[in-house]
Design a protein around this ligand. Structure first.
Ligand code: NAP
Length: 310
């Protein structure tokens, strides 16, 4: 595993992180299998574990806490506040009081005294109030949080955050389908922020996730894709050639693309399968063949033209 600095935070992090989210954190997925994945990630040198208060119906944080029990030292455990799971739905509350309460609950669930990285989960620009920023500073001052970040897939929000000195990291949606994030990522690093790539495998859609129906979880992934991420599903179908990359799997090619960007500190991947975890960890240090990169660039240009005309 290779390591990169997490901006100005002082942390060195594994360039591949583990996303403790979605199917991994759901009660339908066996706790023993979920914990085995986390332990294999630790054994493979992963030091970033990314979760959120609302992930997996609110179950992911506590499961991650149990999985990391006794093995949490030196890790960047990252959680998110501002969204919460209630009655099968996701709610949002970026008031200062809600963010403080959510962070304190995250610490209890994760069984930590200090959260290495707290990220606001999809705030709007107007929600980044002075009152909220003062509360975040207070959490840091009380030693409950080490570093602060914002996770948003809205470029306008990230652009705004680049001007706010209190935030150390940004997590953006960056993968082969999103080359347009590259100038934003470069500006983030120029502004002193570390960049985490969320969704580096485009939720598996560059590998035809929706057509792979091997187990109940795949139905869930397919429904998520078709109901909520149809654009990624359609765009991902243009990148099927990644699966023919010499010397690596399609997922490794997709991850290598993200990691070839030196401005990315860590690509956070989600998986519920040991073979996929091993595949993803082995992507660290691989180099994308020049011909594959050229094919990716050509597919991105065609995608961009299709988006313009569609
Ligand atoms: N998606 C979001 O909206 C979002 C938002 C904020 C932050 N994040 C962070 O980013 C992390 C990653 O996001 P994500 O889980 O949406 O997307 P992802 O990591 O891009 O993709 C996960 C999907 O790809 C499949 N997969 C993983 N490794 C694979 C491999 N080697 N070969 C083939 N398929 C593979 C997984 O299925 P298997 O279980 O079968 O491996 C799953 O369907 C999250 O865990 C979270 O920490 C995501």
């Amino acid at each position: 595993m290779r390591y990169r600095p997490l901006g100005r935070t002082g942390f060195e992090v594994s360039e591949i992180g583990f996303g403790a989210a979605s199917w991994w954190g759901k009660p339908q997925f066996s706790e023993a299998s979920a914990i085995r994945l986390v332990h294999a990630a630790l054994d493979g040198g992963v030091t970033v574990f990314d979760t959120g208060a609302s992930y997996s119906g609110g179950h992911a944080e506590a499961r991650l806490g149990r999985a990391l029990k006794g093995r949490g030292d030196g890790l960047v455990v990252a959680s998110k506040a501002g969204t919460f799971a209630k009655d099968g739905r996701i709610g949002r509350d970026f008031s200062a009081a809600a963010i403080v309460a959510s962070t304190e609950a995250s610490l209890r669930k994760l069984d930590l005294e200090t959260l290495p990285l707290l990220q606001l989960h999809g705030p709007g620009v107007a929600e980044l109030t002075d009152e909220l920023r003062a509360a975040l500073a207070d959490l840091k001052g009380r030693g409950l949080v080490r570093a602060l970040g914002v996770n948003s897939f809205d470029p306008a929000v990230i652009e705004h955050v680049l001007g706010l000195s209190d935030f150390d990291t940004v997590m953006v949606d960056y993968n082969v389908l999103r080359p347009e994030r590259e100038p934003l990522i470069a500006r983030a690093v120029a502004a002193g922020k570390a960049v985490l790539a969320g969704m580096p495998l485009a939720m598996g859609h560059t590998g035809g996730q929706v057509a792979k129906l091997r187990a109940p979880r795949d139905l869930w992934y397919a429904a998520r894709g078709l109901l909520r991420h149809r654009r990624e599903v359609e765009a991902g179908a243009r990148f099927g050639f990644l699966g023919r990359t010499p010397g690596m799997t399609g997922a490794q090619a997709a991850l290598s693309y993200v990691l070839a960007n030196p401005d990315v500190a860590c690509a956070v991947t989600g998986t519920s399968r040991m073979a996929h975890l091993r595949d993803n960890l082995a992507a660290s240090g691989l180099s994308l063949p020049a011909e594959t990169l050229a094919e990716i660039r050509a597919a991105q240009s065609r995608l961009s033209l299709a988006r313009l005309s569609g």
